[in-house]
Structures are given as C-alpha cells and as structure tokens.
Design a protein around this ligand. Structure first.
Ligand SMILES: [Fe+2]
Ligand SMILES: [Fe+2]
Length: 172
C-alpha cells in the first residue's frame, strides 16, 4: 500500500529534523572552534544560547517523536534484527542525553560570557556527541525510517502528527 499524504508529511518532518540536527552540530563545532581561537565574543555568546536552546528543546522533542511513533513499529516486528536496531537506537538516545548533559553546562556558561570550562574538554565531549549523533542518524535513515514507513503505510498517522504538534505546544 502506498503511503498516505499524512504519513509522507510525518516522515518529511522527521527528515527535516535530521537536516536541522546536522546544521546545529556544525554550529556547535564552529562555536567550539571560535571559543578556542578567539575566546568569548558577543557573537559566540549568542551562538552558544541558540545551540543550547536547540539541543535542550527541539532535539529532545525529536527523540520523543521517534520513541513514541517510530520505534514501537520496529519493536513489534517479527524480525529480530529490526528489534535489535530499535533497541540500539533507543539506547543511543540515552547516551546522547548523557553526552549532552556534559556539554550543556559549558554552553550555558558561554552564553553568559563565562569561560570556566576547559575548551579542550568541551571539544572532546563534542567529538563523542557528534560521532554518535551522525552514526545514529545514518542508522535511522537507512534502516529504521524505511522500515517504519512500510509498517505504518496502512495505518493512519494523523494521530502522530497531532501528538507531535500538541507536545511542542505543551498541550498534553
Ligand atoms: Fe533518534
Ligand atoms: Fe532521529
């Protein structure tokens, strides 16, 4: 069965979220470079705030989108490899959150013009965060999303899009 327009919209939204994630990782890398070479500028402070807001907000919402609507479709698969993939992706979200909690305090300080953190440590934490994120996104785009798309094709995804929008508005 071909995908419904709403299903296409949900997956387009998830794909757009991955593009945005990639761009935010580039911004974060540029910020760490700038802090290391020039110290704290007003532009870096503003940049730190934007990246902090993104990964503390929309990136976490994206993980919830997947945990609520995409991974369950894979976890209910009869294919053990697919179940294992979903379990790994879920575990990645936990690791990414741990990595982020190591990065966020430094960015919070940077956004306030304070540089108590060690830029070399921040760079190392970013290296780990970025590598895991890029690997995670690749696995989702090559395995998880195509499989979820097939499995959800004959279901209405209207409820999914609605839940995703309402959660962002804080309406539960
Ligand atoms: Fe994910
Ligand atoms: Fe994702």
């Amino acid at each position: 069965m071909s995908a419904s327009p709403v299903s296409i919209a949900v997956f387009s939204f998830l794909d757009a979220a991955h593009r945005e994630l990639g761009q935010q990782l580039v911004q974060l890398r540029a910020l760490v470079d700038a802090v290391e070479s020039d110290g704290m500028s007003l532009a870096s402070r503003a940049q730190a705030q934007r990246v902090l807001d993104y990964f503390s907000g929309e990136a976490r919402q994206h993980h919830l989108d997947e945990e609520k609507h995409i991974f369950p479709a894979l976890l209910s698969s009869q294919d053990p490899d697919m179940v294992q993939t979903a379990e790994r992706l879920l575990q990645d979200h936990g690791w990414l959150e741990q990595n982020w909690l190591q990065i966020a305090p430094a960015l919070d300080a940077a956004s306030n013009g304070s540089q108590w953190f060690d830029p070399a440590e921040l760079r190392h934490a970013l290296d780990v965060f970025e590598a895991l994120y890029l690997d995670h996104i690749l696995l989702e785009e090559t395995v998880a999303f195509p499989e979820a798309k097939k499995r959800l094709a004959d279901l209405s995804t209207v409820g999914m899009g609605r839940e995703m929008a309402r959660r962002r508005l804080g309406v539960v």
